[in-house]
Design a protein. Structure first.
Length: 460
């Protein structure tokens, strides 16, 4: 990556339409850097000008690195023949990612621009459900039979390898096309030419199923440290391969969605810089309204104890401290559990371990805050006698309430994501603000309940 690639000299060449020099300058860049450069150009018209200066092969490679919104913008500026050329040369998985973002009528037009073979591949990949592994795979791979020799394999690679997505792994299939093993190219290169593949096989291979969710691929790539994996149907027939670059994109999208949900909003589903103001508001208004309604119950709880507050106004001073501590502890637990679920560190079946762990964590954390709370009340009494003769009872009420509220917060924050996961929902929906809102009301009930027990007949 070259950072901001739109250097002043390149910008001047674009403005002055010094295309011959600009073409020479662009020839020094890799497709990935060219994609960054084109993205940095503010004018869609100028983006098209720069793109047209690239050779056919480089243009296709560069196009695959562009974000979908930039790809769509470029296609609007290119001639129909240019678009057809790019679509036919694109890697099938990258083309699928583009086509699934287009409106149905536009996708149909794009498909008609493809050659019969490429159209068949595109329709097949688009036929898989959205967010399945089938949408990520490419049929560009090398598969061979086990009775061939190393020399035969190398000849096959020389003949067909240029069309393969990657040559890191060779796949062994039987006469019906069923995957029976995979062999790293390193083993083949280091073996004698007359050695048969059956002698190199160990029958130990990892594969994905085309109908599985894309998140499965992320976990499998992580667990087995692979850069490419074969994809089969439910009967084991080899359908294609998935490479690490596509899986990294999925991982980034999933992490982005989880982070956005943890903030208390719906996933944006498009870059922050391109989403419309109305779209942004729409994604955030729903959850914000739900949280607002939830906080109304906090006001209701406060109203329930208005007589006690009227008798001892000092109690109201600690309400923000109590509910904030419960919300913060719940948010901590929720975030930790959601991330642990995402990484596969824990499962729903581990719920008792998680709840037990968080219960004791809540007691310890609550006790720490309880000591700090009591010290705060004592310090206020020592410096300006703020709490009267029963200051120590007020301090105890705050302390005991903190232990209860923090423990409750950790329990709710840890249990809610597990419950949502069990019910088939996204655990990230139990966002930090949502957990905090749930704990606020119960926190008030605990606080004023403890205060009534300790101060009844004295301040209350």
């Amino acid at each position: 990556m070259l950072g901001n690639l739109l250097f002043p000299e390149i910008e001047d060449l674009i403005v002055n339409r010094n295309l011959a020099t600009l073409r020479e300058v662009l020839s020094d860049y890799s497709p990935a850097d060219l994609a960054d450069l084109i993205t940095d150009i503010p004018s869609e018209k100028d983006q098209a000008v720069v793109f047209r200066l690239l050779s056919k092969d480089i243009a296709t490679d560069t196009f695959e690195y562009l974000d979908v919104d930039v790809q769509i913008s470029l296609m609007k500026s290119l001639a129909k023949e240019e678009v057809a050329g790019i679509l036919n040369e694109m890697a099938p998985d990258d083309r699928t990612a583009l086509l699934e973002e287009l409106p149905a009528p536009v996708t149909k037009q794009m498909l008609m621009m493809l050659s019969p073979d490429e159209r068949s591949i595109a329709n097949k990949l688009l036929g898989y459900k959205e967010n399945t592994i089938g949408r990520l795979m490419t049929p560009d791979y090398i598969s061979i039979r086990e009775d061939l020799t190393v020399e035969d394999v190398l000849a096959n690679i020389r003949k067909y390898g240029k069309d393969s997505e990657t040559l890191n792994v060779i796949y062994i299939v039987d006469d019906k096309g069923k995957l029976i093993d995979d062999i790293r190219i390193r083993e083949i290169l280091l073996s004698p030419l007359d050695k048969k593949l059956s002698e190199l096989m160990d029958g130990n291979f990892i594969h994905l199923i085309a109908t599985d969710d894309q998140e499965t691929a992320v976990q499998v790539f992580k667990d087995y440290d692979r850069t490419v994996l074969p994809v089969t149907d439910n009967t084991g027939i080899l359908m294609g391969i998935v490479t690490i670059d596509d899986v990294l994109d999925v991982a980034e999208e999933e992490a982005t969605e989880d982070i956005q949900k943890l903030g208390g909003s719906e996933a944006l589903e498009e870059p922050y810089s391109t989403i419309s103001l109305f779209g942004m508001v729409q994604k955030r208004a729903g959850w914000l309204s739900i949280l607002f309604i939830g906080e109304m119950f906090t006001a209701t709880a406060m109203g329930f104890f208005e007589h006690e507050i009227a008798k001892a106004v000092v109690l109201a001073l600690f309400v923000p401290l109590i509910i904030a501590s419960g919300g913060n502890s719940g948010s901590q637990a929720s975030t930790l559990v959601i991330r642990a679920l995402s990484l596969g560190e824990i499962r729903v079946a581990d719920w008792w371990f998680v709840v037990r762990r968080e219960f004791f964590s809540g007691l310890i954390l609550g006790s720490i805050l309880a000591v700090l709370g009591f010290v705060r009340v004592g310090f206020g009494q020592m410096t300006h006698a703020a709490y009267g003769e029963y200051w120590y009872l007020i301090g105890l009420a705050v302390s005991f309430a903190l232990v209860g509220v923090v423990t409750l917060g950790t329990l709710v924050g840890s249990a809610l994501p597990l419950a949502l996961k069990k019910l088939g929902f996204d655990p990230a929906t139990s966002s930090a603000p949502f957990v905090a809102t749930l704990v606020d009301v119960t926190g008030l009930l605990i606080y004023f309940g403890v205060a009534l027990m300790l101060l009844s007949g004295k301040l209350l």
